[in-house]
Design a protein around this ligand. Structure first.
Ligand SMILES: Nc1ncnc2c1ncn2[C@@H]1O[C@H](COP(=O)(O)OP(=O)(O)OP(=O)(O)O)[C@@H](O)[C@H]1O
Length: 622
């Protein structure tokens, strides 16, 4: 029986005193591809050739297998065709100790495809992993630059570990053996690696554990969606309700629309996705993050080419530098001061997708982070996907892209104009909300409205609101005659939800109380919007609560949080030791309360000019 790399020598270690940087990198590339890759491939070969007799050449062995399976042995012509320039070598070789990756790859490929074995599993995945390892040798030795590039060595390590895992599955190996083989490989590779001062250490650490860290950070947070206006929040699985939007390229005459995932085929470094309020920009990027964490089976989702993903929300007011964002993502690597800078340095050498959400909500701190992303990622392996409402594109984002000298393509999320698309969207929500026992009432109710009224529901957010109004206020829907009838229902719905919370607790006239609450919340919403703030801290929330004290029957007071919970939600921090922030259930709701407040002040006979109500200097009104 052939043994695994029986005569393979030990891994040469780096000479004492170390080698100068580029030479050390070349050395690693050589040892990795010319020593470790064949060694792991030989391990696979040893599993494939368990029943090979030591005295048999590979040709004799394969001929025997074919004869035993009732097939004809190889003719000389067939052997030559299958093995090409390795034909003579494997006619005489009895072991593979001196063979390189190309030769072993060729031998294994022929064993899987030209020889029948009983109860064989499908070898496609295993061959793919072998291809990847073989190809790394070509990639690495392509040019002097490539051979000195330590990230190639990191990728090779990942490929070799993957190959061991796949061989484990294919040959039904016990976990202990797989782990032992992997550990041995890692030890050998570590011997070739310098210490933590070397950027390569950080690249490798990221390649090994970074994806898992990103998954841990985002998967649970993003996999469900809490519906906005239910008094007891209802969670639905995001993937169950997700409508895959289509996009249109801006500044392009074509009417053609493309599936959202095709935006990654753009050649420019930066991909900008625009869409009006509630068009689904945030939902889209959250789905992209989820898709990165759990790639769909059997489809090329254009995300597999990225090693890592960084997700940053412009509403974040706590991160001041890109390295802070990196620390949130890879906290496990940042144990000492300075580590996060090393991780940042390393991440910029990998293929990374940066997602920046909600540029229209950018603040002083997050602007610094965005700037840094544009400046540091330009012309590297990184891509940046940034979302924004359209109005910020011309005024703010385009000049910034220009200043950073990066090229970009802009895509616009298309509204749901067709009735069939709107109904399909509603059906998904209805099914998710009813736990699979949907009666089709929501879609029937939607279809029954006249076309003009339906034209108010082109964006996903308005369709979700339709579901909510249908639940709490079905009678409102039947009263809608014109498009203008729709919007006031939303505020009436909030009235109802707040009244329901307070019913039985207060002496005061409920209508007056809700008006007062609306005025307080609206003033607050406006003040925050004026400073482009959409999240606020616990201290800021306490200040809002103090303004919202409500007198109850008797001496009690209702905790203002009860009322505020109807309009606000908690935003959990990324890192464990920082406190929560709060936000309106959606930015568009913050805008709605602010807008209502302004209108009330105007129709309430407020003599102040508009700029004074808005609280901005007169000159800024334009
Ligand atoms: N593609 C979608 N599939 C299913 N539901 C969606 C989709 N897009 C948006 N929604 C629903 O609409 C709501 C609002 O969408 P989202 O916050 O993504 O919009 P946005 O474009 O980011 O808005 P804004 O510019 O105001 O921040 C989501 O919370 C979700 O309920």
């Amino acid at each position: 029986m052939a043994s695994a790399g029986s005569s393979a020598s030990c891994t040469p270690s780096v000479p004492a005193g170390g080698l100068p940087g580029p030479i050390a990198s070349i050395y690693r590339s050589v040892v990795g591809n010319l020593h470790l890759s064949p060694k792991v491939m030989r391990f696979v070969l040893s599993k494939e050739c368990q029943d090979k007799r030591d005295y048999e050449t590979y040709r004799q062995y394969m001929d025997r297998l074919r004869t035993e399976a009732g097939q004809k042995p190889f003719s000389n012509k067939e052997w030559k065709q299958a093995f090409s320039f390795n034909a003579t070598a494997f006619e005489t070789a009895k072991n593979s100790d001196e063979k390189d990756v190309t030769a072993i790859h060729c031998l294994l490929g022929n064993m899987y495809t030209k020889v029948s074995k009983m109860c064989r599993k499908d070898h496609t995945e295993l061959l793919k992993k072998l291809d990847i390892v073989k190809d790394w040798r070509n990639t690495t030795f392509h040019s002097l630059k490539d051979v000195q590039d330590d990230t190639n060595f990191s990728y090779l390590k990942v490929a070799l570990l993957d190959l061991i895992n796949e061989a484990g599955k294919f040959y039904f190996l016990i976990q202990e053996e797989i782990d032992r083989e992997k550990r041995e490989l890692e030890d050998e590779m570590d011997k070739l690696v310098a210490n933590k001062d070397c950027i390569y250490y950080w690249c490798l650490s990221l390649l090994m554990g970074g994806k898992e860290a990103v998954k841990l950070l985002w998967k649970d947070r993003l996999s469900s969606e809490e519906l906005l206006l239910y008094s007891n929040p209802i969670k639905v699985e995001r993937r169950d309700v997700f409508h895959a939007p289509v996009m249109k390229k801006r500044a392009c005459d074509e009417e053609k629309v493309i599936p959202f995932i095709k935006i990654f085929e753009a050649l420019e470094e930066i991909i900008v996705v625009t869409g009006v309020a509630g068009a689904g920009k945030t939902t889209l990027v959250k789905n992209i993050v989820l898709q990165f964490c759990k790639p769909p089976q059997g489809v090329d989702d254009n995300l597999s080419s990225f090693d890592q993903l960084i997700f940053f929300e412009c509403r974040d007011r706590t991160s001041k530098e890109l390295s802070d964002v990196i620390k949130h993502h890879f906290n496990y690597l940042c144990n000492k001061p300075g580590d996060q800078l090393n991780v940042l340095d390393a991440i910029l050498r990998l293929r990374v997708l940066f997602i920046i959400d909600g540029f229209d909500e950018v603040n002083i701190n997050s602007m610094k982070v965005v700037n840094e992303i544009f400046e540091k990622t330009g012309r590297r392996n990184c891509r940046v996907l940034i979302t924004t409402r359209p109005h910020t594109m011309e005024g703010k984002l385009s000049p910034l892209l220009k200043k950073c000298n990066v090229s970009s393509t802009q895509y616009e999320i298309q509204p749901l104009k067709e009735l069939a698309d709107q109904l399909a969207f509603l059906e998904r929500y209805e099914a998710a909300l009813s736990g699979g026992t949907s009666t089709g009432e929501i879609t029937r109710s939607f279809e029954s409205m006249n076309k003009d009224v339906r034209s108010q529901f082109l964006e996903p957010i308005s369709l979700v609101h339709f579901c909510e109004i249908h639940k709490h206020f079905p009678e409102e829907i039947s009263s809608w005659r014109t498009p203008g009838d729709v919007a006031p229902s939303k505020l009436r719905l909030y009235r109802k939800l707040i009244s329901d919370k307070l019913a039985g607790w207060i002496n005061k006239d409920m209508e007056v109380l809700v008006d007062d609450m609306f005025a307080l919340v609206g003033a607050e919403a406006l003040e925050l919007l004026r400073d482009n703030v959409v999240t606020f801290s616990e201290a800021e929330l306490r200040a809002i609560k103090r303004k919202c004290q409500i007198e109850l029957k008797g001496d009690d007071e209702v905790d203002p949080a009860v009322v505020l919970s109807v309009v606000l939600k908690e935003h959990k921090p990324l890192c464990l030791n920082s406190s929560s922030s709060y936000e309106f259930k959606h930015k568009s709701e913050q805008e709605m309360f602010a807008g209502h407040y302004i209108v009330q002040r105007i129709i309430g006979g407020n003599a102040n000019p508009l700029y004074s109500i808005l609280g901005v200097p007169k000159e800024e009104m334009a």
